[in-house]
Design a binder for this molecule. Structure first.
Ligand code: OGA
Ligand code: MN
Length: 299
């Protein structure tokens, strides 16, 4: 049996006593997979991992994905994304996302088929700021006023990467390749999803990419989304993570959002980031479709 610490009532458990660079036995792995599906955020402290070891551990939860941000990939291991404000000897960013604030979002919500598994591994951290928060969108759905639950039923959000890019503080992060642009047309996802095993419903949201609701005029769609964001990100649904060097955090973007606070640009922060395709039999999957306006558009 794993030694666990509760970090939040419904979300986030810390697993103690594992060395993630060592092979895990079958029952430990089964327990970890179940924890990941049930709690959405799983924290391991005091890890010391090479990129190969981090990749091997994360691949236990799903096929590793190379994201559209090839420009943030680690030169040695393209499945590893480097997130950092640091620059190389020529002044070029060594990774993505800089030192700015990141608003509530779900990774890859702008993809037709988002890879919902993610892990962050902390290597260098600022003294202050750069904290990461996760919100449980199952609990948030349960906590919505009946009126909002009715309003969101059957609705699909429109998610557009262009909006996310516009929010980035650094020029380099706002630039994407032609290939990345081609892979990220506006898409829609149902705003409410059911868990494949438990049937529990959750919201699927991203304040940084949603530009409206399908079949609603833009202003009404955005107003409804704003109301939902206000309720859904209430403190009681949120786990605040205080990073320590050596932390590995796994999370499920299928029923959570996360945000990050800004930090001093002169401080150093270095994170390695993995992206996985989780098992659709035990994790909530978004159900992407191309947004209608794109399908009908003349070339
Ligand atoms: C991410 C992310 C936040 C952070 O990796 O998707 O949002 O704290 N990171 O770096
Ligand atoms: Mn993110």
């Amino acid at each position: 049996m794993l030694e666990l610490r509760q970090l939040h009532p419904t979300l986030a458990r810390e697993v103690r006593g594992l060395r993630l660079w060592e092979p895990l036995d079958g029952s430990t792995l089964a327990e970890l997979r179940a924890l990941y599906a049930q709690y959405g955020v799983v924290v391991f402290r005091r890890q010391a991992l090479s990129e190969a070891e981090l990749s091997a551990f994360c691949a236990l939860f799903g096929a590793l994905e190379r994201t559209v941000r090839g420009d943030w990939a680690s030169p040695a291991t393209p499945e590893v994304t480097v997130l950092s404000n640091l620059r190389d000897g020529l002044g070029r960013p060594i990774g993505g996302l800089g030192d700015g604030e990141l608003q509530w979002h779900s990774d890859q919500s702008y993809m037709l088929e988002p890879a919902t598994g993610a892990a962050l591994y902390a290597l260098e951290l600022p003294q202050a700021g750069g904290a990461t928060f996760w919100v449980d969108l199952r609990a948030a759905y349960g906590g919505l006023p009946r009126r909002l639950r009715a309003a969101v039923a059957g609705k699909r959000g429109i998610f557009d990467y262009t909006k996310r890019l516009g929010g980035y503080g650094r020029d380099a992060d706002r630039q994407i390749s032609e290939e990345a642009r081609r892979l990220t047309p506006p898409v829609t996802h149902a705003l409410v999803r059911a868990h494949p095993e438990t049937g529990d419903r959750s919201l699927y949201l991203d304040t940084t990419t949603t530009v409206g609701i399908d079949y609603m005029d833009t202003a009404s769609g955005l107003a409804l989304l704003d109301e939902i964001y206000g309720c859904a990100t209430s403190d009681e649904f949120v786990y605040a993570h205080q990073w320590q060097v050596g932390d590995v955090v796994l999370w499920d973007n299928g029923y959570t959002m996360h945000r990050r606070t800004a930090f001093d640009p002169a401080a150093r922060r270095l994170m390695k980031r993995m992206t996985m395709r989780l098992d659709r039999r035990r994790h909530v999957m978004p159900d992407g479709r191309l947004a209608q306006s794109e399908i009908g558009m003349p070339i």
